[in-house]
Design a protein around this ligand. Structure first.
Ligand SMILES: O=c1[nH]c(=O)c2[nH]c(=O)[nH]c2[nH]1
Length: 284
């Protein structure tokens, strides 16, 4: 019986990096969580413990901090710089994936900030030939207090869910969108616009299911942003159940809800532009 080493990768997960840009009139904060993953000729370390081809994860972490000394810029560009460096300067490394989460700080005074919810994300991969860029958001919490229905669903002997023509629809959006190319895009502008299209579509869509809303959100982004090829969405259905107040001889005309945190429906899907380039390493 042959047993072989399968796919593998390694890196430093969740390097926390904060950079302060000190301008005379104001400070700016860049607050990141950076994860690197490298793959290549790494059989020796797995099979015999020969580490000659292993760039330590500690070095990967140090590289993140050292590169930040020159400035960070858009996280997509910073991730691409790191990914290229690991592959182009380490003979055994043939692929790098750099994932960055950026926490949002809003300046309220010269050097004072409030942290906003919602995280900007990117995943950049490089295989020595092509850079693939995915941008996104995570934990973008949105709610519609009406304009959402859910009825007509399949029922079997275990179904107890009541049909509704008016419910709260709330979710914490995770969205990842794949760029057509790695060059020529204003990353900050593209990110701001794509995020605002997602939110607008969530707000504007009269929803018959969260699945329908998911499709509307992805479609809205692709219709407006020609630099994007595909949007993948993961939408937890943050259920809000009307509380039965009849025991207290009170009615509840859609005003008092129990906000459940689990379990939650998890609605996931992708919306793709016809004829877009193949994803390559985008989702690796
Ligand atoms: O928008 C919804 N989609 C579902 O698939 C589903 N299932 C469920 O119980 N509630 C909902 N809501």
């Amino acid at each position: 019986m042959e047993i072989r080493l399968g796919d593998n990768q390694y890196g430093k997960a969740e390097t926390r990096l904060v950079r302060v840009d000190r301008h005379p009139d104001r400070h700016e904060v860049t607050d990141l969580n950076v994860s690197t993953a490298l793959a290549g000729d790494l059989a020796a370390t797995h099979l015999t413990g020969d580490n000659a081809g292993v760039l330590p994860t500690d070095t990967q972490k140090n590289t993140v901090y050292a590169f930040a000394r020159d400035g960070i810029g858009a996280i997509e560009a910073f991730a691409a710089r790191l990914a290229r460096h690991f592959v182009d300067t380490t003979p055994t490394i043939h692929r790098a994936r750099v994932r960055i989460e950026q926490y949002s700080w809003e300046r309220v005074a010269h050097h004072s900030f409030i942290r906003n919810s919602g995280t900007r994300t990117t995943t950049v991969t490089y295989d020595g030939a092509a850079v693939t860029v995915v941008s996104g958001v995570d934990d973008l919490v949105v709610m519609n207090t009406t304009g959402s229905e859910f009825h007509g669903f399949h029922k079997d002997r275990y179904t107890t869910l009541a049909e509704t023509d008016d419910r709260i629809l709330a979710t914490a959006v995770r969205a990842d969108w794949r760029h057509m190319t790695a060059e020529g895009t204003d990353w900050n502008d593209s990110h701001r616009e794509a995020t605002s299209h997602l939110v607008d579509a969530f707000a504007d869509t009269h929803s018959l299911s969260l699945q329908q809303t998911l499709h509307a959100m992805g479609e809205r982004v692709l219709r407006h942003r020609e630099e994007l090829a595909e949007v993948r969405l993961s939408l937890p259905n943050k259920h809000h159940f009307p509380v039965d107040l009849s025991a207290f001889e009170l009615d509840n005309p859609g005003e008092v809800f129990f906000a459940a945190d689990r379990p939650y429906g998890l609605i996931e899907g992708s919306v793709v532009r016809d004829g877009a380039p193949e994803p390559g390493l985008a989702w690796w």
